[in-house]
Ligand binder design. Sequence first.
Ligand SMILES: [Zn+2]
Ligand SMILES: [Zn+2]
Length: 223
Amino acid sequence: MRCSLCHQELSINLSVIELFFPPIKCCRTCRQKFTRIKRTQACLGCGRAQAQTKLCSDCQNWKTLYPQLLANRALYLYDAALKDWMQQYKFYGDYQLRFTFAAELKQALADYQGYLICPISLADERFATRGFNQVTEMLRAARVSYSELLERKTIAQPQSKKNRHERLLLPQPFSLAVPSEKIKNKKVLLVDDVYTTGRTLFHAAEIFWENDAEVVQSLTLAR
Ligand SMILES: [Zn+2]
Ligand SMILES: [Zn+2]
């Protein structure tokens, strides 16, 4: 078995346990390039790395729009190493990379027992160019069951081409893909790759809050 990132033989620096439980497909050297965010040193709202857990200024702004807290948990810092990885996975479509964080994702999701795990769906045209949804593929690689509870209303211009201000003003892109009763009084965990402005996640959460979900939280690979 080879590392999904550097393609070195994995057994060189992984123990048997690491190799087979759960499916780690990223060697130690590659994993060390990424920086984990400690939960005790992250904003309670968006999960950004900071000295204390109190709400950052971005989250205080969101609070004026949404009284609920997303309590986003971000696993990694969105630094140069993770941006490189994302570039290779999302934009060059290196499908093998869906395994890179499978073990970490599975471990993090174990804290959300009883939640409906809902990946953020891509706009159709983006799905068509890439051929796969990077978030659902990562969940599948981690062997986590999920429900696609949201669908995109319209084909929107990719968010990455907009500046921060334009992104914050975007209209609601989602609608509920399942009957409202499936959501009522349920706990929902949204999963996305990166928490950037929070706009996409809050739009998604809004759909569930409007449909009487009991709790809506989110988890992202990076922040
Ligand atoms: Zn490697
Ligand atoms: Zn925050």
